[in-house]
Ligand binder design. Structure first.
Ligand SMILES: [Fe+2]
Length: 226
């Protein structure tokens, strides 16, 4: 196991909100052991964590989200061993690096610039850099459609990771249960090309959908303080 694993998770522990348990050991077989560019992935993780720490506030709950995405990446890469693991794991650490400071521009556009600079500084070969840049730029499956197997896989990993923590519930709590339902459907759509994962996640999808439909009934304001 690479020595940097525990240190990195200590950093995540500090960043996680109070009460959110953080496991200090991998919950999946250590995917990093079989990556060719372990040191580069380590630098990408440090870059992400440094930016997160600098921003101090974490309104997108990225400290938790990235941990979930990392967990799902490890799980999914076991199911699809033909995928380029380095591309996927670099995408885990770079795909949300453009969120903070919050700006009007889509974070996928900002993160592409940050990732490009990172690859240039680290003198990463163009083929690997281009593969990751496409994954991170297309991970939202909106203005840029994932075109490679790894990009489709990563868009799915990012989406399915939302199923195993509380982003939908948080949205409903903020009076946005309908938005949460739309997001749940978009995320489920990204899983559709991968039937094995789809089958596994379907009961959770249906449970979350029912929960959000019920929560929507309580989506009312009692009063407004002006
Ligand atoms: Fe993400």
């Amino acid at each position: 196991m690479p020595g940097w694993w525990n240190g990195r998770h200590s950093a995540l522990k500090m960043l996680c909100p109070k009460g959110v348990p953080v496991r200090l050991r991998p919950r999946v077989p250590n995917i990093y052991e079989i990556c060719m560019n372990d040191e580069l992935i380590k630098k990408a993780s440090e870059k992400f964590l440094t930016r997160l720490e600098k921003h101090k506030d974490d309104p997108w709950n990225l400290a938790v989200h990235i941990r979930e995405a990392e967990k799902w990446a490890g799980k999914v890469l076991e199911k699809y061993p033909e995928a380029d693991k380095d591309v996927v794991m670099l995408s885990v650490w770079l795909h949300d690096i453009g969120h903070y400071p919050i700006q009007e521009i889509d974070h996928a556009v900002i993160l592409e610039q940050i990732a490009r600079e990172f690859f240039s500084i680290e003198k990463v070969n163009k083929e690997l850099a281009d593969k990751v840049l496409h994954c991170v730029r297309s991970h939202r499956n909106r203005d840029v459609t994932p075109a490679t197997f790894e990009a489709k896989l990563f868009a799915m990993i990012d989406s399915v990771s939302h199923f195993t923590y509380i982003p939908y519930i948080e949205m409903a709590q903020q009076g946005r249960a309908l938005d949460a339902l739309s997001k749940l459907e978009r995320d489920y759509r990204d899983v559709a090309p991968f039937p094995e994962v789809l089958k596994e996640i379907k009961p959770l999808y249906l449970a979350l959908k029912n929960l959000l439909i019920e929560l929507q009934k309580f989506d009312f304001e009692v009063w407004k303080i002006k």
